[in-house]
Ligand binder design. Structure first.
Ligand code: PTJ
Length: 246
């Protein structure tokens, strides 16, 4: 039961934090995932804890790319499994994407727990757990280099929420289009991906699902670097607005 009063000015952020703690206690989230979340919270605070118009623009571009891809795959790690398993399954169904568990801090037990939570959320198939299907993507030392031959290995578009920079670079080198959710507009992932949604995945994923459901999406011009620069400016404005007057 939540001890956070609804009237707390930042209740939503604290509810999201609770999901991570619960996810850690139930063996989904790595210890490091709690720290990664804290880093995200900082940026979320600076972004005003809302979806900016720049994030919305990236969401529209991502929906267009997903709806026009041949073999989209959604990569799931511990944090994402704790935050939004039902939404991951919904997004996969809406866009006809495969779902693959792929961890930075590899751990078989945690993988199994993540598969269980995704199946409970309605996933029919979860890739990334059959060693016979393992393939390596080159140029990568972390556990994330092992991918499923019917999943990320084969994908033309990969959705990688909360990704590490090295793998985004490796996925790009392997010729994939990369969509990410990353609250830090300055991270290597944010700068390397084709489309970076600088927003909390917990908040933005439903917006992406709604956008993907639109039957007639138009291709609008989208430049990721320019969009990231606009987000940084937005943070700068927010900082100036929040600064106490001496
Ligand atoms: O479950 P595993 O083993 O695959 O590990 C997952 C983590 C997230 C621990 C691992 O990938 C990691 O260490 O990630 P990083 O390098 O810390 O990057 C996480 C990025 O996601 C940072 O830039 C954070 O600002 C950002 N972030 C954190 N929480 C959120 C977020 N972005 C969007 N939504 C969030 N809720």
């Amino acid at each position: 039961m939540s001890l956070i009063p609804k009237s707390h000015p930042r209740a939503k952020s604290l509810y999201i934090r609770e999901k991570l703690v619960k996810g850690f206690d139930s063996g989904l989230v790595a210890k490091e995932g709690l720290m990664a979340h804290g880093r995200g919270e900082t940026f979320d605070y600076l972004l005003g804890e809302k979806t900016s118009k720049h994030a919305q623009k990236a969401i529209s571009a991502a929906a267009f790319l997903l709806n026009n891809s041949k073999y989209p795959v959604i990569s799931v790690n511990g944090n994402v499994a704790a935050l939004c398993p039902r939404e991951i399954v919904k997004l996969a169904k809406t866009t006809n994407s495969k779902v693959e568990v792929n961890l930075f801090y590899s751990n078989e037990k945690r993988k199994k727990n993540i598969v269980r939570i995704l199946k409970k959320a309605g996933a029919k198939e979860v890739l990334g757990i059959n060693p016979k299907n393992s393939k390596r993507i080159s140029g990568l030392d972390s556990a994330r280099r092992i991918v499923d031959k019917d999943g990320i290995y084969k994908a033309d578009v990969v959705v990688v929420p909360l990704e590490d920079g090295d793998r985004t670079i490796a996925l790009k080198k392997a010729g994939k289009k990369v969509i990410t959710f990353d609250l830090n507009p300055l991270s290597r992932t944010a700068k390397t991906a084709d489309i970076t949604i600088v927003d909390n995945v917990d908040r933005a994923i439903n917006k992406l699902i709604s956008e993907c459901k639109k039957s007639r999406l138009r291709k609008a011009p989208f430049n990721n670097k320019r969009n990231l620069a606009a987000v940084v400016l937005e943070i700068k404005k927010n900082l100036a607005r929040r600064m106490p007057h001496a």
